[in-house]
Ligand binder design. Sequence first.
Ligand code: C5P
Length: 403
Amino acid sequence: MLSGKRILLIIAGGIAAYKSLDLIRRLRERGATVRCILTRAGAEFVTPLSVSALSEQTVHGDLFSLTDENEMGHIRLSREADLVVVAPATANIMAKMANGIADDLATTALLATDKIVMAVPAMNVRMWEHAATRANMEILMARGVLFAGPVDGAMACGEFGAGRMLDPLDIVTAIETHFATGAPLSGKRALVTSGPTLEAIDPVRYIANRSSGKQGHAIAAAFARAGAATTLVTGPTMQIDPPGVSVVHIESARAMLEACRNALPAHVAVCAAAVSDWRPETPSDNKIKKNGGGAPALTLVENPDILASLAKTDNARPALVIGFAAETENVAANATAKRLKKGCDWILANDVSTGSGTFGGDENQIHFVTETNIEDWPRMSKEDVAARLVDQIARHFAEQDPA
Ligand code: C5P
């Protein structure tokens, strides 16, 4: 799968560096050539001798090494690669990358490279969740750095949570996906909303709707298959989390909006969630009792419109914002008006009138509305709708950005 590919692997200083030794073997087994830069902190965890024995290449570590510079300058090192992989990517090296700091060979090569960089984060859960790391990651993603992982799990520091480095074979899969021709959205970030939202009346009751999440989850899965780094923000559904997708479970519309904002920047956002239009103004702290005094009156207030809000984001607006329009009459005409009202780029309009079987069903019939066109798609499964939409998105980006 990786035959002839040249990988520059930067091993920074974290306990997960031991997994990078296995990564070198796995990449070479698949035909890749692996050159390594071992940072000074990385060399506290694994030895240059192991790295060079496994890669069968000189290990580079020191920016000011005359021998190294004579044999292979740092600029050449950073350019003669098809992909630069930073594994483990510590909080420290991510901060340096985000700020353009070049104070050793690894960070100098990262600043000098004209190749795609994939970061494989590994750090303590608190460091991973820290606002500084989140901000650095946003900057890096906006500049096209690919991210693989991290995952939840037990950590060497004894804590449990997100921040654990992917296992070597999963890193290999991420790298293979990047190189695969079937990954037209590799390097792109996608955000999808799915499912209903629940709006609390009191601690046990809520307002919701019949959305099954099938369509939104199918879209997230199709994005991941196309190689996009995908975040799915979903209300409660019976669907399983799609593989390879980072899933954020929320309940209310307001929580969905916040999770979507946290997932930016993204190149494309698809809002397939059936967001409750209203929520009870002041949910009761205690269960509302039947006390013979008649039914309680609920005052409803309007929820934020997530689609419109993403479409109108001033900074970090996704290049493509796509919504759904569930209509029961005049489907195409109403969808065209909705596209303008929401400020989104495309709308997938579907008929949810009684008897259409769309809500909760396995099939959908779409009228695909863009600025210039309305296309009537035949009735098809929600998986096929997802695949066709993702295909359309990939073609759109390919036209915008011909490689
Ligand atoms: O206004 P309406 O609910 O018909 O619009 C449907 C589209 O808007 C869907 O894409 C849905 O996900 C999105 N939406 C939203 N937030 C709301 C209401 C709808 O994102 N509060």
